[in-house]
Design a protein around this ligand. Sequence first.
Ligand code: ATP
Length: 370
Amino acid sequence: FAPWEDTEAVPLIRFRNVVKKFGEFTAIENLTLDIYEREFFALLGPSGCGKTTLMRMLAGFETPTAGEITLDGRDIVPVAPNRRPINMMFQSYALFPHLSVADNIAFGLKRSPMPKSEIAGRVEEMLRLVRLQKFASRKPHQISGGQRQRVALARSLAKAPKLLLLDEPLGALDRKLREDTQFELMDIQEKLGTTFVIVTHDQEEAMTVASRVAVMDEGKLMQVATPDVIYEQPESRYVADFIGDVNLIEGTVAEAEEGGYKLVWADGAPPIHAETDVPLSLGDSCTFAIRPEKIAISTDKPDDRANAVPGKVLDIGYLGNISTYHVQMPNGAIFKASATNSRRLSRRGITWEDEVWLSFTATAGVVLTQ
Ligand code: ATP
């Protein structure tokens, strides 16, 4: 499933050069983006980056200052929110407290053109989808937070929208329930084939549920790609830093030949040998970004890796499945390296204050020029 790689595929949603200003302030800056049918698309970014504004324009609660938004090829900007085949699920589920679970789900259907005779069947179908058949006659205060969240989801899907917008839908749930619910959401989305667009500032959530993620900053799209590409091949320092843990080292290109580079660092860290497709020239400044798990830690110097730097263990963070080591280089910089604990920490025999070697291959990190 990768319609974005298919040049023939027609996007469900197209933003073309969309700008949104609030007075003098530009919340969205010339944004162009395609979202395809059946996608679970995540808008990810820090508070204030414009995620909600983008979603509100899709729903019809905000009008773009400039640019086009189309759905199935049709301009939706002039279409009123309730006339768009789009529904929105908010963080505060806003269930009616005096109505039963079933009546909450039926609410929108009763005000739709659906014949009365079909409503009960549709409600039943939705209850089954979110596994709440047994709770149909309960009131919202008689069910758990996670169950209320599922009622809200069932209600927003009852009218079979083409597009469901989810604004921080799991924000109110505790971590464990949140993780379970993410998988449930993915399951339901896949079953129905409805396009979902989720807004979140939780990178793990976006990476878990989404077919593609748009990372935003200050009203701009920084990168739009599948979660693995966002993680493995970030295009900028911003994206590398925003997603997951990373070591970022700034320096310049000291030697360059056919994709292989020697990078030297402003702060005097040992030079790094890197291979990259990014074309670089001598003297170019760049950032080398490497994930902690791409760095091996050992007591002996490995002789088979392009890069090996000595250091001293300052801290070890034990996280059960992995441990993270903070290692200080001779120049004072601190590197993070992590290793899985399947081979047992005790046998690895590395502890605080130990002199160790950090090593990595020439392709273990990415070289970034922006
Ligand atoms: P959060 O995660 O905090 O919800 P967000 O990424 O969803 O943030 P938006 O709500 O889209 O951010 O806001 C983007 C920017 O536009 C913010 O700087 C915000 O203050 C501004 N903004 C949003 N709505 C309005 C408005 N009605 N009038 C003026 N400024 C606004």
